[in-house]
Design a binder for this molecule. Structure first.
Ligand SMILES: [Zn+2]
Ligand SMILES: [Zn+2]
Ligand SMILES: [Zn+2]
Length: 253
């Protein structure tokens, strides 16, 4: 499996509009973070996790011309705001895009993209084919996907384990039972917003504590804000089996 980080930033992205901090002003490309999203490629399938407001730019930048499915972790706009742009895929394939969501996320998307569900639709609205998921494993073709329940303050969100890869974003709590599902993942991606504690996201020390518990071969941090640090600083301080992800990074697992 090939995993490509299309975005590794928090909801405001980095640089943040109007900010003059050293991270927002950094000229290191690895400090420029679009909203978090990853592409998973098997020999014949392309699965995207989350489609935030940078979706169009991310698809163009990575030269992705086709998706077999989109998995959504939760309804927040930085993870769903780009879904209108699946219109291009609808047009190319002449079919709706398969989107895997929990019931509460589907309800939110029906509100955000209300015009896609009008009885009499304006021509050219996005076409979504929703597939209802919960905490149970499901398959896309022959790929087994195991959702992992996590909490984003009080909001239930889903992470996904696919083969030996596990992706968790926008969480600040995972129960021991759900953590067990991640135990045998060789590669773990987990959110780390900043150094200071946060109400709804793991901070750096929280993420490192979970990684230390799970002991994957390698872990990557994502959903990073401009308050964490320069990539060049993080790279030197993180444990040997942990890296800060950056936009455009591809890994194989
Ligand atoms: Zn987010
Ligand atoms: Zn800044
Ligand atoms: Zn969120």
């Amino acid at each position: 499996m090939k995993i490509t980080f299309l975005g590794t930033g928090t909801s405001q992205g980095t640089p943040m509009i109007g900010c003059n901090c050293k991270i927002c002003k950094s000229t290191d490309e690895r400090d420029k973070r679009l909203r978090s999203s990853v592409l998973i490629e098997t020999h014949d399938k392309k699965i995207l996790i989350d489609a935030g407001p940078d979706f169009r730019q991310q698809m163009l930048r990575a030269n992705i011309t086709n998706l077999d499915a989109i998995l959504i972790t939760h309804a927040h706009f930085d993870h769903t705001g780009g879904l209108d742009d699946v219109r291009a895929l609808n047009y190319i394939k002449q079919k709706a895009v398969d989107i895997y969501v929990e019931t509460r996320v589907q309800r939110a998307l029906r509100r955000i993209f209300y015009y896609a569900f009008d009885t009499v639709k304006y021509p050219g609205v996005p076409e979504f084919e929703f597939h209802k998921i919960n905490e149970n494993s499901f398959n896309i073709a022959n790929i087994k996907i195991t959702p992992v329940r996590a909490y984003h303050h009080r909001l239930p969100v889903l992470g996904f384990k696919i083969d030996n890869f596990c992706y968790i974003t926008d969480a600040n709590r995972i129960s021991p039972k759900e953590l067990k599902k991640m135990q045998y993942a060789d590669t773990v991606v987990i959110n780390a917003l900043r150094r200071e504690k946060h109400l709804s996201h793991f901070c750096l020390s929280d993420a490192l504590a979970i990684i230390d518990k799970l002991k994957p071969k390698h872990a990557y941090l994502t959903h990073i804000s401009h308050q964490l640090d320069l990539h060049s600083v993080l790279e030197k301080e993180l444990p040997a089996n942990v890296s800060a992800a950056f936009d455009g990074l591809s890994i194989y697992c």
